[in-house]
Design a protein around this ligand. Structure first.
Ligand code: NAD
Length: 261
């Protein structure tokens, strides 16, 4: 039978599923037939996503989950397997941005970005391996960024974290495949995507300056527009499905051409 994006019978866990890319990824995976555990430090957001999946006829649960806490990871994976019957797809999406000059980045700032964006992804990979192996197959999708491929001023901590996700993806892909686990690990590298994260960066910026900044951001994408959460969710769907069964340790760039030159 030809491979498709049909995910019937599969179970996914999406972190940071209460907003932006994570919410759209959860809805897209559910639309393809997966049962989805929507986890977020913001439980109300995760609950809204799960409710919208159920309203569309899908199956979802919501879990309060801080990705920095190992015991919360263990509880989230257990709750997913208990409620939905297994675990096949993990989207390590939860992340934070930090835009500050070098002198303004405190040690606490730097550690917080690395904790959520890097340690959070590592704990996700570490915690889901046994459940995925027991479920018969696994696809782990880690959200990196174009900031994991190229540098940017005022983003030293964020770029460090997203670069780490890129190579952690490759290292874990090799280790899991080498140890005979039926688990693939790939990273996704979005350009600038219109989500609440982008809105947060514009908080308090006067309209004129905001429009100017948005135009500058748009101009960095040769395709001529900013990305949408659906652009990234579609790549996540591809990596989650059997269509990508020969891909592991890969980096999928979804950036409107930003890093092509
Ligand atoms: N928006 C962009 O332009 C863009 C570009 C490249 C990469 N990304 C990456 O995509 C991912 C999603 O970004 P987004 O734009 O949807 O952001 P967002 O801010 O809209 O959503 C992030 C979600 O993560 C959750 N979260 C934050 N800290 C958490 C923690 N400790 N534990 C669990 N959940 C936590 C938040 O509550 C929120 O629901 C991030 O990893 C981000 O770095 C975003």
């Amino acid at each position: 039978m030809a491979e498709t994006t049909d995910l019937s019978g599969r179970v996914a866990l999406v972190t940071g599923a209460g907003s932006g890319i994570g919410r759209q990824a959860a809805e897209t995976l559910a639309g393809a037939g997966a049962a989805v555990a929507c986890t977020d430090i913001n439980l109300a957001g995760a609950q809204e996503t799960a409710a919208s999946i159920e309203a569309a006829g899908g199956r979802a649960i919501a879990i309060a989950h801080d990705v920095v806490e190992e015991d919360q990871w263990e509880a989230a994976v257990k709750a997913t397997v208990d409620a939905l019957g297994g675990l096949h797809i993990m989207v390590n999406n939860a992340g934070i941005e930090l835009v500050k000059t070098i002198p303004d980045i405190s040690t606490a700032d730097f550690r917080r970005v690395m904790d959520i964006n890097v340690l959070g992804v590592f704990l996700g990979i570490k915690t889901c391996t046994d459940a995925m192996t027991a479920s018969g197959s696994g696809s782990i999708i880690n959200l990196s960024s174009v900031a994991g491929l190229i540098g940017a001023p005022r983003q030293a901590a964020y770029c460090a974290s997203k670069g780490a996700v890129r190579l952690m993806t490759k290292a874990t892909a090799l280790e899991l495949a080498g140890a005979g686990h039926p688990i693939r690990v790939n990273s996704v590298h979005p350009g600038i995507i219109e989500t609440p994260m982008l809105e947060d960066l514009m908080t308090g910026v006067p309209d004129e300056q905001r429009n100017q900044r948005l135009a500058q951001m748009k101009a960095r994408h040769p395709i001529g527009r900013l990305g949408q959460a659906t652009d990234i969710a579609n790549a996540i769907l591809f990596l989650a499905s059997d269509l990508s069964s020969f891909m592991t340790g890969s980096e999928v760039v979804v950036d409107g051409g930003m890093t092509a030159n």
